[in-house]
Design a protein around this ligand. Sequence first.
Ligand code: TMP
Length: 219
Amino acid sequence: MTHGENGSVASVRGKLITLEGIDGVGKSTLAAALHAEIARERPVELLREPGGVALSERIRDLVKDPELRCDPRAEALLYAAARAQLVDERLRPWLDAGTWVLLDRFVDSSLAYQGAGRGLGVEAIAELNDFATGSITPDLTLLLRLDPVTARARQDKRLVAPDRLEQEEHAFFATVAAAYDELAAADPRRFRVLDADDTPENVLMLARIALADLDSPRR
Ligand code: TMP
């Protein structure tokens, strides 16, 4: 809350911090650690995409199911539908109430995976997601960057079966990784690129440094 000149009380919008990167870069680990650190200082919520609310969690089950056929356009629409529900039910209300939100994937995932990876075009997917989100833009995006071969090797060490997206070939993830690099290069003010090959402790420290200037009134 802030107090205006006439004594009125206005709520300051919370900050939206998104985490992005190809599968296997350690996003979810960083998200949990970062959430615990920020929570010591202010109200903060952690969400993941697709998911976070009942409808979007059900869509998550659909898009991840290796047994289902899913046309690229259907896939893009499903991710956008899950996102629209999350924005309406949680994201916008929390940000409006001044809560910070840490989000494990957001629109950039669709731009990289569906726009570039599936070849639907980054512009078309951006338009679709503007509609889905009402044009919410993150205040900060942490891009965890790792060579796709190393990321795949990390995933192969896990004991869980790969989901529908994770079954894609190397070329798909190389395209997605290149698209992320282009998005980051095009918007250096919003993106901070972190080397995911570094130790988890260092990645967390660098993420904290990136977050430090979010409190600056100039942002
Ligand atoms: P994750 O929770 O393990 O990151 O799984 C989400 C999967 O969905 C991952 O393979 C990336 C993919 N995905 C997209 O293709 N487009 C999107 O918009 C989002 C949010 C995820």
